[in-house]
Write a protein that binds this ligand. Structure first.
Ligand SMILES: Cc1ncc(COP(=O)(O)O)c(C=O)c1O
Length: 438
């Protein structure tokens, strides 16, 4: 069986003056993994700090120069402050959806007056604390949401700028469509058409509606699909701002920029998008004078992260089935898939170079949790490895530790290490376990 040459964060790194061959980079990657695992233990998320900055440069390079634009980093993908700080330094602003993310953004040094706070079901307290922290831009998802913001803004006498989040009539071509389908996200397009005027008349004095927000979904796989979703957004924003009567100062077009999850490889070539966006800008009307915002979590963070784990056992079972037991599982990676919340995913498992020529076995990759749900890959072809070996899962810098069920079965969260070519920038671990309140 021929296995593909693994491509990981370190291999995709092409910083100037970097003349290492693929094989040399792979050796370097394993040396770094061994060194950091030796010092900090496993399982460990390793994040190469130079990569998010590279991705931010790529993404910003796709926005036409003539377009006043802003790139927001979606903290939900990975709120680790030292990683988020790299993206701030690379010119990103913060896309936040919880008080915890606000704290992380503060710690990462973001200017909260330039951040956006959104998400469904926001509470009055949440609005008060966000306004108090200096946030002034909000994505609002319903009439009640707008009322709560108006009250909080009136109470604190702090001004708030609102982007109306819209759920359009039909879905995009995305792996996980979040708009254009029945969902908890945003005002229904028709609702705004019908009752948008009434809505504006109830907005508090300190609150102004300054634009629209539409996030179509994640993993929109190519430039053409992205462009077609952006075209619909622009047309809808222009129509609704005119019909409802709000200025289009800011148009948040979302994103959905794709990157492989827990598999080797890279995202799609986004450069064709540049010409498409230029032409869209040229053809647009009211949107031409708006600032266009884009949000990204996955594209910016995914490629920086590799989950490094240790082989605990290779176990044979009935029907000749083999189980590769690691010290990681659904509580550290893809937990929501493990619980059947999203379609079951699979992984690429990278093995040390000295094992690559070994006989390839078909194995289920499982963890230490006492449930058959703890399976991160079924019947994968993997060269024979031994207990104690390190293995690695690439492209997990986004939706890794914090998108998993870390408290399930009360094991420790993985250590998370931000490094530059093996030189440690910061080491973190998520808090787990119960706090006794009384
Ligand atoms: C409103 C919104 N913005 C941004 C994102 C980040 O998406 P991605 O990580 O795919 O870039 C999400 C993800 O669910 C989202 O719901």
């Amino acid at each position: 069986m021929n296995l593909p040459m693994p491509q990981t964060a370190v291999e995709t790194l092409s910083v100037s003056g970097d003349s290492h061959s693929g094989e040399e980079k792979e050796t370097l990657a394993w040396e770094i993994r061994e060194k950091l695992a030796e010092i900090h233990g496993t399982p460990a998320y390793l994040y190469e700090a130079r990569i998010p900055a590279l991705r931010a440069r790529e993404l910003k390079g796709v926005f036409p120069e003539a377009l006043p634009s802003r790139l927001l980093y979606s903290f939900k993908a990975n709120p680790l402050p030292s990683l988020a700080a790299v993206l701030r330094e690379a010119g990103c602003e913060a896309d936040l959806t919880s008080p915890g993310e606000v704290l992380a953004a503060k710690e990462a040094g973001y200017d909260l007056s330039r951040a956006l706070y959104g998400g469904p079901g926001k509470s009055a307290e949440e609005y008060l604390s966000a306004l108090d922290a200096g946030i002034s831009h909000f994505s609002v998802e319903s009439s009640l949401d707008l009322e709560r913001l108006s009250e909080a803004s009136g109470q604190l006498r702090k001004r708030a700028k609102v982007l109306l989040r819209v759920n359009p009539l039909s879905p995009p071509r995305a792996k996980l469509a979040m708009s254009g389908v029945a969902s908890q996200f945003g005002f229904e397009e028709e609702e705004l058409r019908r009752e948008g005027g009434k809505l504006l008349s109830r907005v508090g004095d300190g609150v102004s509606i300054v634009g629209m927000h539409l996030y179509w979904g994640t993993q929109i796989g190519d430039s053409e699909s992205l462009l077609s979703s952006f075209e619909t957004t622009v047309a809808l924003a222009e129509e609704l701002s005119d019909r409802v009567g709000f200025p289009l100062e800011i148009l948040n077009l979302g994103g959905g920029f794709a990157w492989p999850y827990a598999h080797s490889g890279t995202g799609p070539d986004l450069m064709p998008l540049k010409e498409g966006l230029s032409s869209l800008l040229e053809r647009s009307d009211a949107a031409k004078s708006a600032e266009w915002w884009f949000e990204s979590g996955r594209y910016l963070a995914a490629s920086s992260g590799t989950l490094v784990a240790r082989v605990m056992e290779v176990k044979a079972s009935k029907e000749g089935r083999l189980f590769l037991i690691l010290d990681t599982g659904i509580h550290h990676l893809g937990g929501m898939a493990g619980l059947g919340r999203i379609p079951r995913f699979s992984i690429d498992l990278l093995v040390p170079q000295e094992r690559r020529a070994n006989e390839v076995l078909e194995m289920d990759v499982v963890g230490q949790l006492c449930t058959p749900l703890d399976c991160i890959g079924k019947k994968l072809p993997i060269p024979r490895v031994e207990p104690g070996d390190l293995v690695a899962i690439p492209n997990v810098g986004a939706y890794g530790a914090t998108a998993s069920v870390v408290n399930f079965l009360s094991r420790k969260a993985p250590v998370e290490i931000v490094h530059r070519s093996g030189e440690v920038v910061a080491v973190h671990r998520l808090r787990t376990g119960h706090e006794t309140l009384s």
